[in-house]
Design a binder for this molecule. Sequence first.
Ligand SMILES: [Zn+2]
Ligand SMILES: [Zn+2]
Length: 450
Amino acid sequence: MSGSEPYAGLGQVAEARAAHVSSQALVASGQSHAPLVLACKHCDTLHVDVEVEPGGMALCDCCGYVLRRRSRFTLSFWSALTAAALIVFGIANLFPLVELSLLGKTVSTNFVGALWTTWASGHFLLSAMTGMVGFWFPLTQLCFLFWALGCLRRGDLPHDFRAAMRIYHFVGPWSMVPVLMLAIIVSIVKFAGMANLDPGTGVWAFCVLTFMLTALSRLDAERMWQLAEERGLVILSRDSGLPAERMAACHACGYVQPWDPEVGPCACERCGMTVRKRHEDMSSRVWALLIAAAVVYIPANVLPMMEIRTLLGNSAHTILGGVIELWQLGSWDLAIIVFVASVVVPITKLVALTVLMCARKWKGNRSQRQRTRLYELVEYIGQWSMLDVFVVVLMAAMANFPGVSQIIAGPAAASFGMVVVLTMLAAMSYDPRTGWDRQPRTPSDEIDER
Ligand SMILES: [Zn+2]
Ligand SMILES: [Zn+2]
């Protein structure tokens, strides 16, 4: 299977199952010869698993979600890339981002230093939040990935692999180095006209790291389990003959297993993660998080994002004030980027999630697929609104000239960070499979048009 060919649903290809099932995988597993199956994360349709050629991918024929993607690169390549990314991560965080000179004084800072400055100035929540998503989670992600790839290359999975992949699955969406990189560029542009500024080694390292982490984001936890499957190291999802209502897929590893509606959530037989047929209390959880995010969004916009103290006096500006300032500096392109990330993205997320929650009774394959696309958009744009929060932390550390010129993080920065966290949690609590439950899952010709 190559290109973006859709998968056939389990119901439609009963007689063709045996031909589609990968014979290699069956031999490798040494398990029963029942067909291999996989479930779509977005619509929960069960599919017969088939071999995907290197560089190819397969789509769900019901909702169009990418079910399986196979890379052309080998494990050795990914290991080498991860090792290189770890080294570049060290350089990016240890070497200075910029050197700023003002009235004979020079300040040089790196991202870790910026976090410390924010902490020392009493903004504990802001420092902890940006430290987690900009430093600790990317570092954890790289360390676990490097270790797990080593295990896969050796062909020996220790018991800890399960726990490591559960943590890896958790930290993935919260690792925000590309957003941090964009924030570094915005901060440099904001200072460029005000003081002598020299970009340091850290900036170039962050540039390279962004590309490396974007490439490595292909290796999510589910893909790691698929790599283990391809090497015959783990049990494979097999058609147990049970109806689809009594089968459930693990969200972290993709393993499809028998599920008893009377028992409810259970531990995944393969990775140990809690398996749920549908997210429980989804409605109340998503609404609670959405309302909290909408409430916190008010101070995030009304209160000052940062305060600027100079010899000439003090000033403070809000998110929109920051956008206007960038525009006046002549950087209309960055002003648009910050406006989109800080204003358009959070509002889009809030509105889109509200629409998804209100429109659960939409009928028809077409509207369900539009819902799936909308949810994919919310997931995709999720972390980009963290941009302005990073900008505040970086600028406060860069312009640290006490008595001459100082930038202090305002109360809106932590509020805005909370909006990002709450909307991301709301998106994660939303279960796209529920919309498809009200109608038969039928394949559609429209998928080929994507
Ligand atoms: Zn699907
Ligand atoms: Zn699992």
